[in-house]
Design a protein around this ligand. Structure first.
Ligand SMILES: *[C@@H]1O[C@H](CO)[C@@H](O)[C@H](O)[C@H]1NC(C)=O
Length: 490
């Protein structure tokens, strides 16, 4: 017979998790109105796990040897960020574990310097050619039990991996199957997706996008497949494929000696990404800048040269404030209009260390997405993660906040009314005055648009290093929860 005391203890043990669950539930409800504490949707289960801490008796860690692999010459910052989270989570788990990286011969753009400086990975770099051999060399206890592919759109598009990975999986006995994790970026990039059927039939795949809206797009597409008229696809179990989000934000050392006072003037903006004019509104931005400069060069800190053979504007050195500069950081080629040649500066082909350094000197990041590009629906732009890790606030609309839900937080973004275009918003932030915009557009002073514009100004664009840090820590905690789920096969 259990003693009275044992009964009380057992009762408490049952009641405490219930209490924690209620608290988590409450927090989720309140988070709807408290933007700064909001995590992205699928975190409820993971928050639960967090509350359980390291209690591996509840759901034991199932995966202990992880191979993170890619044959793609890009996206190291994405998958090595996951490696960093994996090392951290397994490092403090009582049942431990190891990560092994199988990558192209060496990381391009000096990313190895970042790996070493930030301590993202402490194992040895193996070549991606060795992956299959490594998986097959131990098909029993202690073998690789989780395989993460860095860019499934590329890694499973062709080459030997799609077939060899399936064969390796089939060769294992039931007790020693591995799980496949696909990092993905774009739901529309579908040429590899036929392989999902086979992995789903084996109940052995999970999807790991870098942003919640891409996760949502994959979930929608899986539900459609689950309903397919084709019985093979319908019976593959698509609706049960787990989809999580790991946001690739690194702990970039950011100079904290910048002036974070209220009198700092907005001078350096950045549009980051490959110079494709169909993805980003470079041309429209140039046109608007030209127009605004012509109307009021002083606000931007410039003087018209006005000579016949040089239509450009020069920095007005009589003004006390630094002039506005727009940096285009990325790769490719773009023609800068003559008028803007002193204001718009291209920085192409930077190494990662150069990139992070320049990026973290920026005042604000301008997404400049083309309105109809997939960045809102199917595809994740890495600009947000890049800005967040470099402590650069991002100029967004409500639409972007609803899409990239992990930046739906005033510590990371500056929210403009959609009616106010990006260049107008920057002009407003720079001049600290909304009246020009209202006047020019005829928007009423007491309209909701004017209110959002006034809020934008009131909140300003400067975020303290402490705010940015706290925001990133929230992302890292959510990433930890996701990796814990993956290691537990939840
Ligand atoms: C059903 O889907 C499977 C798997 O994609 C494919 O091989 C097969 O040809 C499809 N069947 C029909 C009738 O379209």
């Amino acid at each position: 017979m259990p003693s009275r005391r044992q009964l009380v203890v057992a009762g408490c043990l049952i009641f405490i998790p219930f209490l924690i669950w209620q608290l988590v539930d409450l927090n989720e409800q309140y988070s709807l109105s408290v933007a700064s504490f909001k995590l992205w949707p699928s975190t409820k289960c993971s928050a639960l796990l967090a509350a359980e801490g390291d209690d591996t008796h509840v759901v034991p860690q199932k995966r202990h040897r992880v191979a993170v692999a890619s044959t793609f010459g890009f996206h190291f910052d994405v998958y090595m960020s996951l490696v960093w989270t994996l090392e951290r989570v397994m490092g403090r788990s009582p049942s431990g574990g190891v990560v092994e990286v199988y990558a192209p011969a060496e990381f391009g753009f000096e990313f190895q310097t970042i790996v070493d400086t930030l301590g993202l990975y402490h194992g040895e770099n193996r070549h991606s050619d060795e992956l299959i051999q490594a998986i097959n060399s131990n098909m029993g206890d202690g073998g690789i039990d989780l395989v993460v592919l860095g860019t499934c759109e590329f890694d499973l598009r062709g080459g030997p991996w799609p077939e060899e990975l399936l064969a390796a999986w089939d060769a294992r006995d039931a007790e020693h199957k591995f799980q496949l994790v696909c990092i993905v970026h774009n739901v529309r990039d579908a040429s590899w997706q036929r392989w999902i059927t086979q992995w789903s039939q084996r109940n052995a795949i999970r999807i790991l996008p870098i942003s919640e809206h891409v996760a949502a797009a994959f979930r929608r597409s899986f539900l459609i497949n689950a309903d397919s008229p084709n019985a093979t696809i319908r019976l593959a179990g698509y609706e049960h494929i787990p989809v999580d989000v790991h946001v690739p934000v690194l702990d970039i050392p950011v100079a904290v000696d910048l002036d974070h006072g209220p009198s700092r003037i907005l001078s350096d903006a950045v549009i980051q990404g490959t110079f494709y004019t169909d993805r980003r509104d470079y041309l429209e931005i140039f046109a608007e800048l030209k127009e605004s400069l012509a109307r009021d060069p002083k606000v931007w800190g410039y003087l018209p040269l006005g000579t016949e053979d040089d239509a450009s504007y020069a920095v007005d050195t009589t003004l006390p404030d630094p002039p506005f500069r727009l940096f285009l950081i990325g790769s490719g080629w773009l023609e800068i209009p003559q008028e803007l040649k002193n204001m718009v500066l291209i920085r192409a082909g930077l190494s990662y260390p150069e990139f992070y350094k320049l990026m973290s000197e920026m005042d604000i990041c301008v997404p400049a997405f083309s309105v109809d590009h997939g960045y809102y629906d199917d595809q994740a732009s890495s600009t947000f993660a890049m800005a967040v890790e470099c402590n650069v606030p991002i100029l967004v609309t409500e639409r972007i906040r609803n899409t990239y839900t992990y930046v739906d937080d005033d510590r990371a973004v500056v929210t403009r009314p959609a009616a106010m275009r990006e260049i107008e918003a920057i002009r407003t932030l720079r001049s600290r005055d909304t009246s020009y915009f209202l006047h020019r557009t005829g928007v009423a002073m007491d309209s909701p648009t004017a209110r959002v514009a006034a809020d934008m100004l009131r909140h300003g664009w400067v975020r303290s290093p402490e705010e940015s840090r706290a925001f990133k820590e929230q992302i890292w905690r959510a990433n930890d929860r996701v990796v814990e789920r993956i290691l537990r096969d939840l």
